[in-house]
Write a new protein. Structure first.
Ligand code: NAD
Length: 515
């Protein structure tokens, strides 16, 4: 990871490019000429604006994607070889790395993510485009895979085909990376797409449009429409010419999209919320466990779907461990995300800031104790900053235990046996991630199997690699992103079965005299 640029570099003004919607390979002003202000969450100042698409713009974007998917003349994206598509994905990866410093700064300004982290995201974005370029090439070799049948008179093979025009709707916590997790495999599969990023953080996704123009991605293969959820997301999700919706965001929006998709029996994949546990056993090195516990909950300012925000710690070490955790937490540098060494920036918006503070107040009113943090850091008078917060005396019926905060807030419960730890870990409607910290690897394996979630981290929390599947169970959603599973999200499987015998099939027998 490349760390923060020098202080003088970060102090330089970073202009936010003024962009339009990206439709059919061109910049287009929204038909209703609406724009949405961009608010810097560190200063609460307006620093630019983004175009706000409405249903009419979405119509143009879907039409463009539909034409790019299956043109009558010339080479269309869907039937081009994987190798052809891979060239564009690789070119995008190269451009992202060339522009890494600018993109990371824009991301940090737009959503409040510490600059080091944003730079890390840009590496991940490039790696993800590279990875899916490789899978696009592999797809060519995997076509016509034979299926062995129990009858010699038939032979069968499989074609993997792009699903069609896909709507990709994404959140604000990893604006460019979450978009990439969808755009890269969708394009690798041969789908054409309309990306609708969050209105709270769209700046880097609009830079992706600029990169697509630079690398000459054929018109209509990727359209990017920014705007409000109800004005642009909803018409996109319910559009009859969209063949699939891949969504990452809140459960409320996810269920609305599912309801509208159900009307047209349209496939959806859902990456939703979480309330993931981290189970710390009594045999751990307290510093190591404290490092992963703080990282697992406070990374990305606590705004991670998979944040391990419920600490379940063995009662024998609980008191000492909490002391350590307070030390680690108080050492976290909270500052403007562009400041050197920042490890926790502001949360994304005023709405989130108020929502998180309300969670903390409700926890207190329900009888929980705020062990550290719990409000605005004293040295920061402006911006949507919230101290990393640890809450104890938590009951499993409390809101703070049950609901996703999506902010830097950790709640704590103790346990006395492995069974009790598993029961507490599974005491949630969600099932995204989970972490187990212990020196006993047999125990780690047992507990990993017993926890009901899509991902388990052993002796760590949150690592994510584009080769490995990502996603949840229960109310955390369904379908998997990343790895080969991410590509399958955008492919349909067609069986081609051929009758190869010269003999008649013989079910309806025509008398020989009539032949
Ligand atoms: P959100 O649901 O408010 O918005 C997500 C996207 O949906 C945005 O682009 C928004 O404009 C759009 N949208 C809103 N209303 C819509 C509608 N009616 N129809 C279509 N689109 C609509 O979520 P958010 O606040 O941006 O993101 C935070 C949530 O995302 C958290 O719950 C978090 O857990 C979840 N998340 C999950 C994952 C995962 O991998 N499981 C990853 C990141 C974030």
């Amino acid at each position: 990871m490349e760390l923060t640029p020098s202080a003088s570099e970060t102090a330089m003004a970073i202009p936010i490019p003024s962009r339009q919607l990206y439709i059919d390979g061109e910049w287009r002003e929204p038909l209703k000429r609406k724009r949405i202000p961009i608010i810097n969450p560190s200063t609460e100042e307006i620093i630019g604006d983004i175009p706000a698409a409405t249903a009419e713009d979405v119509e143009l974007a879907v039409d463009s994607a539909r034409r790019a998917f299956s043109r009558n003349k010339g080479r269309d994206w869907a039937s081009a070889s994987g190798a052809y598509r891979a060239k564009y994905l690789r070119a995008i990866a190269t451009k992202v790395l060339e522009r890494k410093s600018q993109l990371a700064k824009l991301e940090a300004l737009d959503c409040g993510k510490p600059l080091d982290e944003a730079a890390w995201d840009m590496d991940d974005v490039a790696a993800c485009f590279e990875y899916y370029a490789g899978l696009a090439e592999d797809l060519d070799a995997k076509q016509k895979a034979p299926i062995s049948l129990p009858m010699e008179t038939f032979k069968c093979h499989i074609l993997k085909e792009p699903l069609g025009v896909v709507a990709l709707i994404t959140p604000w916590n990893y604006p460019f990376l979450m978009a990439t997790w969808k755009v890269a495999p969708a394009l690798a599969a041969g789908c054409t797409a309309i990306l609708k990023p969050s209105e709270l953080a769209s700046v880097t996704c609009l830079e992706l449009a600029d990169i697509c123009k630079e690398v000459g991605l054929p018109a209509g293969v990727l359209n990017i429409v920014t705007g409000l959820g109800v004005e642009s997301g909803a018409p996109l999700a319910s559009h009859p010419h969209v063949d699939k919706i891949a969504f990452t965001g809140s459960n409320l929006t996810g269920s609305r999209i599912m309801a509208s998709a159900a009307q047209m029996v349209k496939p959806v994949s859902m990456e939703l919320g979480g309330k993931s546990p981290i189970v710390v056993f009594e045999d751990v090195n307290l510093d190591k466990a404290a490092e992963w516990t703080t990282f697992g909950c406070f990374w990305t300012n606590g705004q991670i779907c998979s944040a391990t925000s419920r600490l379940i710690v063995h009662e024998r070490i609980a008191a000492k461990f909490l002391e350590k955790l307070i030390d680690w937490t108080r050492n976290i540098k909270i500052s403007d995300p562009l400041e050197e060494g920042c490890r926790l920036g502001p949360v994304v918006s005023k709405g989130q800031y108020e929502k998180i503070n309300k969670f903390i107040q409700t926890a207190k009113s329900e009888g929980a104790t705020v062990l550290c943090g719990g409000g605005r850091p004293q040295h920061l008078k402006k911006g949507f900053f919230i101290q990393p917060t640890i809450i104890t005396d938590v009951d499993t019926s409390m809101q703070i235990w049950r609901e996703e905060v999506f902010g830097p807030v950790l709640c704590v419960k103790t346990f006395s046996s492995e069974d009790e730890a598993i029961e507490l870990a599974n005491d949630t409607q969600f099932g995204l991630g989970a972490a187990v910290i212990s020196n006993d690897l047999d125990r780690c394996e047992r507990v990993s199997k017993a926890i009901r979630s899509g991902m388990v981290w052993v002796n760590c929390s949150q690592p994510c690699f584009c080769q490995a599947p990502w996603g949840g169970i229960k109310q955390s959603g369904f379908g998997r992103e990343l790895g080969e599973w991410g590509l399958e999200n955008y492919l349909s499987v067609k069986q081609v079965t051929q009758y190869i015998s010269n003999e008649p099939w013989g079910w309806y027998v025509v008398p020989k005299s009539k032949l």
